[in-house]
Design a protein around this ligand. Structure first.
Ligand SMILES: Cc1cc2nc3c(=O)[nH]c(=O)nc-3n(C[C@H](O)[C@H](O)[C@H](O)COP(=O)(O)OP(=O)(O)OC[C@H]3O[C@@H](n4cnc5c(N)ncnc54)[C@H](O)[C@@H]3O)c2cc1C
Length: 274
């Protein structure tokens, strides 16, 4: 839709050109959420795509994603064969059920900053132990773990004027074997439950619960738990008011399916049968 309160669109070519943050500003990435509903409080858009960041880079430390990396570019990326979690990238991109038009402009960072429970880039980067690089308006930088970046729907660790610059995914996490489960109410609906499990190099087990909860929940185990221990940790780690409730699914159903999928993942990754 037209955002008819906007009077200016800034297209900074580098960080120095960003200028001071003002009330009524918003950063523009792909614009697929920003232009999807009225934004009457906004006056100026600052187009981050003009900064020209390389979309993604494989480094000795892992994978570095620019916040402006389009989802379609990430989906087309072919991970090295020894990244046993490489398939998770495609799984999460496909969990973003939108047309090719949306896929080609929606960005990884825009999805994370929109901070919806059904945000598949949130699921991906939290499960892969991502580290968010944040640019602050005073010119400094800071880092926040992806797990702590997303606090709830439309609530992130960003202060006003801060920019999510990049998300770095470490090699150890990319090399983990993983299992993935996703469910939505309708065949082409938004994710209502999205669980990712992984075995760590040290023999541990990590379960990342997203979509069914208001914010990501990461449950870590030093060794693969039994069925009862896993169920107990889910009960202890996810209080009643953390199950998400919206048009895409009732909290009781999300909680039930989370428990079911968690146990399936535990078995798939080598957990003992009860
Ligand atoms: C058909 C359709 C289906 C969709 N399905 C889903 C879905 O399944 N799951 C889901 O989560 N969303 C979904 N969306 C919503 C939205 O398209 C996605 O969240 C998308 O990834 C947003 O990315 P964007 O680059 O377009 O962000 P934008 O719309 O440009 O920005 C989103 C928000 O993040 C801020 N922002 C963007 N980038 C940065 C940055 N680097 N630093 C700081 N702030 C930033 C913006 O100011 C804005 O508040 C869907 C939308 C459509 C139209």
């Amino acid at each position: 839709m037209d955002l008819n309160t906007i009077t200016e669109v800034a297209r900074p070519a580098d960080r120095a050109a960003l200028g001071p943050w003002r009330d009524g500003d918003a950063f523009l990435a792909g614009g697929t959420w920003l232009f999807s509903e009225p934004q009457r409080h906004l006056r100026r858009l600052i187009d981050l795509t003009a900064l020209g960041w390389p979309a993604l880079r494989v480094t000795p430390a892992g994978l570095s994603l620019a916040a402006t990396c389009p989802v379609a570019t990430l989906a087309a990326f072919e991970p090295p064969a020894d990244w046993r979690s490489g398939g998770l990238i495609g799984d999460c991109c496909r969990a973003f059920l939108a047309s090719f038009k949306i896929w080609n402009v929606a960005t990884v960072g825009g999805n994370i900053c929109a901070s919806l429970p059904a945000g598949p880039m949130v699921s991906l980067t939290v499960a892969l132990e991502g580290s968010c690089l944040i640019w602050s308006p005073d010119g400094s930088e800071r880092r926040v773990a992806s797990e702590a970046f997303t606090r709830g729907p439309f609530d992130t660790a960003l202060a006003p004027g801060e920019i999510l610059r990049a998300i770095d995914l470490p090699l150890e996490a990319l090399r983990r074997p993983y299992a993935f489960r996703r469910q939505s109410l309708t065949p082409l609906g938004r994710s209502a439950i999205l669980l990712i499990g992984a075995r760590t190099a040290a023999g541990g087990f990590v379960l990342t619960v997203t979509a069914s909860t208001r914010r990501p929940v990461v449950l870590r185990f030093e060794v693969m738990p039994g069925a009862a221990a896993l169920a107990a940790r889910i009960a202890a780690g996810i209080p009643e008011d953390l199950w998400y409730d919206d048009i895409h699914g009732l909290p009781d159903w999300r909680a039930h399916m989370t428990r079911e999928f968690a146990e399936e993942i535990r078995l798939e990754l080598g957990g003992a049968r009860p």
